[in-house]
Design a binder for this molecule. Structure first.
Ligand code: FUC
Length: 762
């Protein structure tokens, strides 16, 4: 351990973590842990992804269905305060709030005999292997510690060694202050178990000790080790969300782990994790040439904030985003929530839930593009459950077919209105937006069976809801109502302000994307005959959705009327959905609207926008889609300078993981984009990155792309097609179409595009 991985794939520090946002995260998808790396004591803060507070609740507001027409009437008549009052009482849920995702607790290890000063301390997270390593010397002894979270063996393992025999002496215990479960010891093992709130999951966490040399025993609910040569701790946890008997499951995992042994668990972990991580590499310029790159990560970040030229810190941040997605979202786990899987609190901000008005979507923007399609799957499991709960919501609240979900959801796939914050909550578009992730998974992987069996039924239900929910706006258009533009406020000419509205632009754009996806899916699956009626409903509605419009400020209109914005620097920039992640507006095909999108962006930024981590990441995406690499880089630098913790966790503030995932996706989109039928190579390359290379990015249409550039120009693109067919590539304003066989590899150079340009002039 502690060999020097490349500067782009290693976080490291010269001292133990003092704060949680200095600790290093490991995760197996379901299990998460934050490792502090202390010398005299170690804190391992633990998470299990299904440990949420409270059980599933029927939140139906009995007056919702009956009041819908009246809320709409009030809105159309401009009686905003009345509409919001009625909506707040009749459309919000009872009870109103969902329970939070919570910490599982801490494993606290107190070392005895490691007193006084320590030297040569190093703590690292090796992204290539997915291993945390800690090493130091004290009292003439070299101590080493490793921590991994294995997806293969569903266990967290901590391995402690020393270069002299008998050097390891410690006591360890579990707690969950102030909500400790019932804790006790059994053979070589300590356990804590409990239930998390009324109707909530029961849970068990257990730690097994395997020591070589010395004496190991359990005293009370403590693991006690005296004079061991080396020690392995295995940590397992489960809840009744997946297992009838969580303790039996934890014991099963521990038994299997102990039998397998640390070396084999580590080897399988590195192979399994490493295969996913190793699919993509990135280097900007010549790595290893700047002084800043050689600094510990926290000092490197400080130098970066002070203006050090260190583009490969951005590459490290990019790879860290991929690491975090692998560690918090694996097949069978829950999706990455607002904090991934890492949360030390019982009352985390926004319940550490799944926000569906930007945050969960942003978490998954890198999944396909950055070659981690498997990590997307937990979203589809959640969507399957949302589709079921959301069918009742569509029917009871809106008298509609299909399924609806609002702005946030939880462990139980709550689909009703969550909370009372009026700028956010009465927004029935969460299901529609999330469903588009199924479509994206298909577009990258082109698995027709997935499209037919998994994606299409949910896309269709999401669309059926909207077909029923849309109403005429009196100008021949079909609009959503009641709804809102997440989480902004507008002002009428008479001074009234409101959040609830008719036809916010984002909703029309999501509906446009969803209906278009359904129509294309029908085509792909050749379902025309069976789906004739649905298809015609889609086509008619699509034609009547409001188009993006330009307002008096020169920017895109956020609402269906050209209202005044109360907070012009607002963090949400929802009306640019059509630019990203949507693709209704591209600079190439809709230059006028793209210019208006740019004006919107400039307006937001001139008024203090981009102040939260995720908002800044979205801004980088917008610039990338506008093809402005320099502006994209400026905001990527701002993201790292202003919205990143010492362990490179994104900062809202406080910690929120969407900035990591959004930033990762945005950096990738500076180098490769693939929408509206073309694969754009280096579409937003900043002048400050004249040379570099990236391997393994994925493009829609089913292909993998490696890129190399120098002198600010494409040197070489290597394309491998999964299934064969025609792919259109764009670079420097020129197009080349390649017809490839399945598995075929092709090379494109700037000269080839130049040649295409010359032959088109002949
Ligand atoms: C939305 C955002 C907030 C925060 C929260 C989790 O409500 O407006 O900034 O990210 O989600």
């Amino acid at each position: 351990m502690l060999e020097v991985a490349t500067v782009n794939e290693r976080l490291w520090y010269k001292e133990p973590a003092r704060k949680w946002v200095e600790a290093l995260p490991i995760g197996s998808g379901k299990l998460g842990a934050m490792v502090f790396g202390g010398v005299h004591g170690e804190r391992v803060q633990l998470n299990e992804d299904s440990l949420w507070y409270g059980g599933p609740v029927d939140r139906t507001n009995p007056d919702a269905g009956a009041s819908l027409a009246e809320v709409r009437r009030l809105l159309f008549e401009g009686q905003l305060a009345e509409a919001e009052r009625l909506a707040k009482t009749s459309l919000t849920s009872s009870p109103k709030h969902i329970g939070p995702y919570q910490t599982l607790g801490d494993l606290t290890i107190g070392f005895r005999g490691v007193d006084g000063a320590f030297t040569r301390y190093e703590r690292e997270l090796d992204l290539a292997e997915g291993v945390v390593g800690i090493g130091f010397e004290a009292g003439g002894i070299r101590y080493e510690r490793e921590a991994i979270a294995s997806f293969v063996d569903e266990v967290v393992a901590i391995r402690m060694t020393a270069d002299q025999p008998g050097a390891l002496t410690f006591d360890a215990y579990l707690d969950r202050r102030p909500f400790d479960g019932h804790s006790f010891g059994e053979t070589n093992t300590i356990v804590m178990q409990g239930q998390n709130g009324e109707g909530g999951v029961t849970y068990a966490v257990a730690v097994r000790l395997v020591a070589e040399g010395g004496k190991a025993e359990v005293i009370g609910d403590n693991l006690c080790v005296n004079d061991a040569d080396s020690v392995t701790l295995y940590i397992a946890a489960a809840t009744s969300f997946r297992h009838d008997d969580p303790l039996a499951e934890a014991r099963r995992v521990l038994g299997a782990a102990e039998a397998k042994g640390y070396e084999a668990i580590r080897r399988d972990h590195v192979a399994d994790y490493g295969e996913l991580f190793g699919r993509v590499s990135l280097a900007i310029g010549e790595e290893g040439t700047s002084d800043a790159e050689r600094l510990p990560t926290n000092e490197r970040l400080t130098a970066f904030k002070q203006g050090a030229a260190d583009p490969n810190l951005l590459a490290l941040f990019f790879q860290y985003g991929r690491y975090l997605l692998i560690a918090s979202s694996r097949p069978g786990s829950l999706p990455a929530n607002l904090q991934g899987v890492w949360n030390e609190s019982h009352t985390p901000p926004w319940e550490s839930d799944y926000h569906l008005n930007i945050n969960l979507q942003m978490n998954y923007w890198p999944a396909e593009l950055c070659n981690l399609a498997e990590c997307h799957l937990p979203v589809f499991d959640l969507l399957d459950r949302l589709r079921r709960t959301g069918a009742a919501t569509a029917k009871d609240m809106y008298g509609a077919r299909g399924f609806a979900a609002h702005h946030a959801t939880d462990l139980w796939a709550e689909s009703k209105v969550v909370g009372t914050y009026m700028p956010a909550v009465i927004w029935p578009m969460g299901g529609a937006w999330m469903s588009l992730h199924l479509w994206e998974h298909y577009r990258y992987g082109r698995d027709k069976r997935f499209l037919l069996e998994r994606a299409y039924p949910t896309l269709k239900d999401a669309a059926l809801f909207l077909l029923d929910f849309l109403v005429e706006d009196g100008r021949g258009r079909l609009v959503t109502a009641p709804s809102l533009s997440p989480e902004n406020t507008y002002r009428l000419p008479n001074g009234q302000t409101g959040r609830l509205c008719v036809g916010p632009s984002m909703d029309s754009q999501i509906a446009h994307a969803l209906f278009t996806a359904c129509l294309e899916a029908i085509g792909e699956l050749a379902l025309d005959a069976g789906e004739a009626e649905f298809r015609s409903e889609l086509e008619h509605a699509l034609a009547r959705l409001p188009e993006p419009e330009i307002g008096r400020s020169g920017g895109l209109m956020e609402w269906s009327e050209d209202y005044e914005e109360v907070e012009p620097g607002h963090r949400h920039i929802s009306h640019l959905f059509a630019l990203h992640p949507g693709e209704q507006i591209t600079p190439r095909h809709e230059p006028v609207l793209a210019n208006a999108a740019r004006a919107t962006l400039e307006g937001r930024l001139a008024n203090g926008g981009g102040h939260t981590g995720w908002s800044r990441a979205w801004i980088v995406e917008f610039w990338a889609r506008l093809g402005d690499g320099d502006a994209a880089l400026e905001h990527l630098i701002a993201l790292l300078s202003k919205s990143v913790h010492p362990n490179l966790f994104g900062d809202h503030p406080p910690f929120q993981i969407d900035a990591n995932f959004g930033g990762t996706a945005a950096l990738a989109e500076m180098l490769l984009q693939s929408h509206r039928g073309e694969i754009a190579l280096l579409p937003a390359l900043p002048a400050a990155w004249p040379a570099g290379r990236v391997t393994g990015l994925r493009a829609r249409g089913g292909c993998t792309v490696d890129l190399e550039w120098s002198g600010g120009k494409l040197a070489k693109a290597v394309v491998i097609s999964d299934l064969g067919g025609d792919l259109l590539f764009a670079y420097g304003g020129q197009d080349i179409t390649l017809s490839l066989e399945a598995g075929e590899r092709a090379v494109l150079t700037a000269a080839a595009f130049q040649g295409a340009a010359e032959s088109s002039r002949l």
